[in-house]
Structures are given as C-alpha cells and as structure tokens.
Design a protein around this ligand. Structure first.
Ligand SMILES: [Mg+2]
Length: 210
C-alpha cells in the first residue's frame, strides 16, 4: 500500500461531539429569539442527527417540538443559524478516537502517504481538523466542497483525484470510513475499503507491529 486514506466524521472522531456544541448554542438562540424551550428543540435536533436526517434539520426540530414556524423563521435561519453553523469555530478541543494518533504515526513511519477525504463545507471541515489537531498527520486533505463543482462521495471523482495526485494505482490505496454507501464506493475503482471499526486489520495489511 502506498496511500492510506481516512474519512473524517464518525471515522476519526465522534461526529456528535462537534455537532452538539453548535446545536446547543443554536437551540439557545432559538429560545432567546422565539421563546421555544431549548431542551426540547435540542433533543429533537439530536434525534434528527442520529437518524441522519440533515435536510432542513432546524425547521424539523422546531416542528417536531410542537411549535409552529414563526413568520420570521426563514430569515432567522438564513441570516443567523446557517452562517453560525457553517463558520463558528467552538473554543473546546475535540478528541479523536483513542487509537487514531498512534496508528497514523505508525502508518507514516511505514512510509505510506496519508490522506483525509471528507464530505462537507470547507470552513466547517477545516474547523474540525484544527480542533482535532490533525493537519500535521496528513500529506493532503480533500474536502468535497473545496472543489468546484463539489466532489462528494459516493461519487468517485475525489478518489480518482487522489490516485492521480499521488500517481498510484487503485490497488495501491486503502480507504477507511464508516459509511459502506459513501466511503465504500471507492471499491468500485479497486481501492481497498475498510470499515473504521475494523481498523485493527490495518496492522496486518500494512505489516505494522501492534
Ligand atoms: Mg463519516
């Protein structure tokens, strides 16, 4: 293997750890503006997040909390909630899963190139990477929305770009992620795929001593 790729959210760290910080502030701002109970709205946000129901998540959280969307709602979402959600960098640090830092160093020592391939907005994903203190581990970071047009997994373009950038064949790369559908799509190109929960198999595949 010459290139080892990792997905970010729910592969390297628990995605909810980041989201809950933003949701908490958003729920507070909704309470402050409209008087909707923040605990209720926050609980509904969490349910939607767990169900991966991200489309108009904030609208649905309010509706599911049995409140009616106020007239100024759309304006509030567009001018306040979404810019905050997309750009705000929380003060608190994020923690990668406990195995991550050691394994990434070992992969590097083995002489493999390390890449991060993640779907999402440029700012929000960059914020996470900084809070996780990850940038030094990776030779290159690929964020879907930094490309024009965006290259979002399961579309294979972003994987093809990695192969091209590092001038390697598909069978010289392995990719680790949490989503069979989005991350596992790389197998169609011949890139080996591993679920993050099977990360220990990397020791064998890359011949690294545990
Ligand atoms: Mg993921």
């Amino acid at each position: 293997m010459k290139v080892v790729g990792f997905d970010l959210d729910d592969t390297i760290y628990l995605h909810w750890d980041y989201e809950k910080i933003l949701f908490d502030t958003i729920a507070k701002s909704i309470e402050y503006k409209f008087g909707f109970e923040k605990e209720k709205v926050f609980a509904e946000m969490q349910k939607l997040f767990d169900a991966k129901d991200f489309d108009r998540l904030f609208d649905k959280a309010v509706i599911n909390s049995k409140y009616e969307l106020p007239e100024e709602w759309d304006e509030f979402v567009t001018s306040k909630i979404l810019p905050f959600y997309r750009n705000h960098k929380p003060d608190s640090k994020l923690k990668p899963f406990e195995w991550v830092n050691v394994l990434l160093s070992q992969i590097r020592e083995k002489g493999c190139k390390l890449v991060l391939i993640t779907n999402g907005g440029a700012k929000i994903q960059r914020n996470k990477i900084e809070l996780l203190n990850l940038s030094n581990h990776f030779d290159k970071i690929y964020i879907s929305d930094e490309f024009n047009p965006p290259m979002r997994k399961p579309d294979l373009k972003i994987f093809e770009k990695v192969l091209e950038d590092f001038n390697v064949k598909a069978n010289e790369m392995i990719y680790i992620g949490d989503s069979m559908e989005k991350d596992g799509a790389c197998e169609k190109l011949g890139i080996k795929f591993l679920l993050f929960s099977d990360y220990k198999k990397l020791y064998e595949i890359l011949d690294i001593a545990q």
